[in-house]
Ligand binder design. Structure first.
Ligand SMILES: Cc1ncc(C[n+]2csc(CCOP(=O)(O)OP(=O)(O)O)c2C)c(N)n1
Length: 561
């Protein structure tokens, strides 16, 4: 059937199962917006700044394990997507971003709102396309979805000139995707699996390191079985939090710069580290030279480019972590490492997280998060922004449900939390969605409250207001001799009044005494709700591994003046 390329595009999106597009219009995407209007099956969510669109698509994708879609116009619309695409790239989130481009004859003439977005996004997308021939559009879109969601997931951008979108084309009945040279490996090589089984047989202090790839693979069940079978404790990276229930006795929680003491000690003392879908980012490893020094390292990842990139791999294996874990579970016999388990349990006991609180303030952010965890643990999905509040959430909430923690781990993007929560809530309208944010991060994308109101999304925003950029303040404390530069927000608005102006319900918590009651009330409140917690900016996140130090050289609360 003949139709405009823009209409054909919408049909293909529908075939790909797209239910929602997060976007913002402009001149170069008029044909696409016109085509959306004619399509009854795809909802368009108008964000308040394009920056929120890929973040929302990311929240949606991470919640639903499906590719998220965002849309922006050419020029400034497209460049506003850049931070979100880089965020998705670093965290391996499948997104298809569609941008409008000036008409083909105008490309390269510095036309109004022209920008070379494929050039700009080359290093932060898995792949990108500039569509020059309208007849190619259906195939390119199908390819974009295939590339975004297979192998190691990631963002793909498709740039569509306005005249291309307007061209009449024959809508194909069927599209077969066949990309030469692109064949992700899913099944692990048999000989490598045998090597792993052998290495496990020799180890007396094995440790499992779960990374973000475990979330995407949905391999929580296999992980639990594996950990039990090889009798090993489990540490997680920031992006893997919630893949292994933190209430399980084998769970040591997050490792790294702000890792839990038991997790960091275990990494430093294990004799075999089995890394599953983790990329050994510097925040997780601390000094690479001092990382897991006593251990043989098994590196399992779907992306061959990850192997040996940051940390040596003694036994590498490329493939899908879920499939490989299944094979390993089949191949392994029950093991026991009682002295190691005892040692790890001791570390947990002698270094409780409560020791990492500050002792000055009345209302401690760590306690708020612990209480929130207690009240919502198995029934909420939490998104965060970036800062101390993010680390406290990672350390103190106590996640138990797979895919219940969604954060910008790799890029550390402030402004991620609220739009991501919008995506999560759109993906699952019945879900309790909580966005934990700081006053700095919240101000980067707070107009998205209007988007949430417009779509009746009952998101709960927990705002830790310390009137400053406190994670930076903490760095300045240690690295700049307590000289604090550019971190005070002396002119913060009244956030409750502001949220009310958008139509949200609000609560303010100022003392520990009122904390539980107000949290309960806020959680029970229908509609968009802001819970503002007034906390001290003297608080710090502990433990803390100073630069160039190894993971077992953590600084704790009681070691700092
Ligand atoms: C877009 C962006 N700009 C700057 C930074 C650097 N940065 C990291 S944490 C932080 C402070 C965050 O402050 P806030 O959101 O108030 O959280 P808090 O640390 O106070 O909990 C800053 C500025 C960043 N991560 N992202």
């Amino acid at each position: 059937m003949k139709m405009k390329a823009a209409e054909s595009l919408m049909k293909i999106l529908e075939d790909q199962g797209v239910e929602v597009i997060f976007g913002y219009p402009g001149g170069a995407v008029l044909p696409l917006y016109d085509a959306i209007l004619k399509n009854d099956n795809i909802e368009h969510v108008l964000v308040r700044n394009e920056q929120a669109a890929p973040h929302a698509a990311s929240g949606y994708a991470r919640m639903k394990n499906r590719t998220g879609v965002c849309l922006a116009t050419s020029g400034p619309g497209a460049t506003n997507l850049v931070t979100g695409l880089a965020t998705a790239y670093m965290d391996s989130v499948p997104i298809v971003a569609i941008t409008g481009q000036v008409s083909t004859p105008m490309i390269g003439t510095d036309a109004f709102q022209e920008v070379d977005i494929t050039g700009i996004t080359m290093p932060i997308t898995k792949h990108n396309y500039l569509v020059k021939d309208a007849n190619e559009l259906p195939r390119i879109i199908a390819e974009a979805f295939h590339v975004a969601s297979t192998g190691r997931p990631g963002p793909v951008l498709v740039d569509i000139p306005r005249d291309v979108a307007d061209t009449m084309i024959e809508h194909p009945d069927e599209i077969v995707v066949n990309i030469k040279g692109y064949k992700p490996t899913y099944k692990g090589h048999n000989s490598q699996i045998k090597k792993i089984v052998k290495a496990l047989g020799k180890a007396s202090k094995p440790l499992i390191l779960a990374g973000g790839g475990m979330q995407y693979a949905g391999a929580g069940k296999e992980l639990l079985q594996f950990a039990e079978c090889i009798d090993a404790p489990v540490v997680t990276t920031l992006n893997a939090i919630s893949v292994f229930p933190e209430t399980n006795e084998r769970a040591l929680g997050m490792l790294g710069m702000h890792g839990r003491p038991a997790a960091n000690y275990a990494v430093s003392h294990c004799d075999l580290l089995i890394s599953l879908g983790a990329r050994f980012g510097d925040r997780a490893t601390g000094s690479v030279a001092k990382f897991a020094k006593q251990a043989k390292i098994i590196h399992i990842d779907i992306d061959p480019a990850e192997i040996g990139k940051n940390v040596r791999a003694d036994v590498p294996i490329v493939g899908d972590v879920k499939i490989i874990l299944k094979d390993l579970n089949d191949a392994m016999t029950q093991q026991e490492h009682a002295p190691w388990s005892k040692q790890v349990a001791e570390w947990k006991q002698t270094h409780p997280m409560q020791d990492q609180y500050g002792n000055e303030a009345d209302l401690k952010p760590q306690k708020i998060i612990e209480k929130l965890g207690e009240l919502t643990r198995d029934r909420a999905v939490v998104t965060t922004d970036v800062g101390q509040h993010q680390m406290w959430t990672a350390l103190h909430y106590g996640f138990v449900k797979e895919r219940s923690f969604i954060t910008s781990g790799g890029l550390g993007t402030m402004g991620y939390g609220l739009p991501a929560a919008i995506g999560v809530q759109m993906a699952d309208p019945k879900q309790l969605v909580i966005c934990i944010t700081g006053d700095g991060s919240f101000q980067m994308n707070l107009p998205e409250m209007a988007t949430a109101i417009e779509h009746c999304l009952p998101i709960k925003i927990l705002l830790m207001n310390n009137s400053s950029l406190s994670l930076v303040k903490q760095l300045q404390h240690f690295q700049c001799g307590k000289r604090y530069s550019g971190i005070d927000f002396t002119a913060n608005p009244d956030f409750c009044m502001l949220a009310q102006a958008y139509g949200a319900k609000t609560f303010r918590i100022e003392t520990e005494e009122e904390m539980e009651d107000k949290l309960k009330q806020a959680l029970a409140s229908p509609g968009l709700t802001l819970i503002e917690c007034i906390v001290s900016n003297e608080e710090m996140v502990f433990p803390f591994v100073p630069g160039k130090k190894g993971l077992d050289e953590m600084v704790s609360f009681n070691e700092v003046d």
